[in-house]
Design a protein around this ligand. Sequence first.
Ligand SMILES: Nc1ncnc2c1ncn2[C@@H]1O[C@H](COP(=O)(O)OP(=O)(O)OP(=O)(O)O)[C@@H](O)[C@H]1O
Length: 459
Amino acid sequence: MTDEIWILDDDRGVRFVLAEALRDAGLAVREFDAVGAVRAALREARPALLLTDVRMPGEDGLGLLGELQAQGIGPVIVMSAYTDVATTAAAYRAGAVDYLAKPFDLDQAVAAVQRALASVATPTVPAGPALAPNHALLGESAPMREVFRLIGRVAASDLNVLVTGETGTGKELVARALHEESARRDKPFVALNTAAIPSELLESELFGHEAGAFTGATRRVAGRFEQAEGGTLFLDEIGDMPLILQTRLLRVLAGGEFYRVGGRELIRCNVRIVAATHQDLAARVVAGAFRADLMHRLDVVRIHLPALRERRSDIPLLARHFLAATAQELKLPPKRYSKAALKLVAQRDYPGNVRELENLCRRLAVIAPGSEILPADLGSNTDAARGGEWTDALREWAAQALADGEADIHARARAALDQTLLQAALQVHQGHRQNAALALGVGRNTLTRKLGASRTRRG
Ligand SMILES: Nc1ncnc2c1ncn2[C@@H]1O[C@H](COP(=O)(O)OP(=O)(O)OP(=O)(O)O)[C@@H](O)[C@H]1O
């Protein structure tokens, strides 16, 4: 093994800046522009660490990762602009110890290299089966990339995960992604909303019951734990679980076995638990409503989903996705957003987070009459929003006119503005000049003057 850091990237610029930063940090660096070049070099030497891009012309980086892992060469850090769950998880499965989302901060890259070098003794994640299909969990913003990175990092392990975040932020989708990216993906994913089940039924819902266990229990029923055997059990709104059941759940998690309600047969279970809450569990613990020991058992890895307002840059992507998905699902002709409508969608507030945005887009897919969604389809526009939309159009017009070298833009724009306002007011007031002038807040004479030669029905 050499002490060299090898950088594999087809982008010369990336190689250059990265190599400089690493050399500045006192490390020896060697650069490669293709997988083949690394393979050739491996015949004579081994890197102390490899930093590699994933998608490159010719062979991609992931195949190489598998080979390195098989030969015990590493650690490897993957750099990629593709931070979707599938790519990230595939990189970790192929043995990467870290994942840098491009564009990355150079200090962050150097720190990742130093971290990886310091923990060379740490075993890498074992290689798993081929790449799972993509998930509906979308996002390009920095906080979502971090979520994907975490999912990729912990999916393959059996660690319990606590997903936190406001309602509608996608906690269940994260739980599904963890399942899909794990070796359990061919086994069931079972979800249970703890808050939606009356507490007296929750125990039997979780652990099942025997015939005759209680009034109405005519036959044996398997609970969610049994249904999820070998797979993943998603416990939503865990913060609302009654204390008595928390105690029971804790015992099951600790011992890995349980009895059905009214049963005598001890059932062993192999289930990965992903729990979710929109509440502050630690505060629930302080308030005496949640068991601290259960919290620690569930909260081994925490994945926090930011509210949609903290990742507004994801809104257009999500909005387009929901519009297309709804059209496809309901077999409607495809629709698209006009620029102004998409801007309005992106500017709105969504206290209900992604779910609220999804509902809005579904409504638009169904109710908007044309193939293009217009601002008017969004209904309750605020004045500010309406204003924003026409000034945008004006800005575009002006930019184009200026680019075309047109003269007298200001005078023409003013004339057009006046005419547009006056005509709109006259239309609303059925051609009555006095009322139109009043409504606009201009004098009647001004209005007559401005109208000039333009046609009006009466005065
Ligand atoms: N990042 C995302 N990409 C695509 N769809 C998303 C995303 N986040 C959420 N959704 C969609 O928004 C809706 C709400 O998501 P989900 O049910 O996972 O939220 P939640 O946080 O579990 O909500 P609650 O706390 O109310 O149970 C779902 O229809 C889901 O498909």
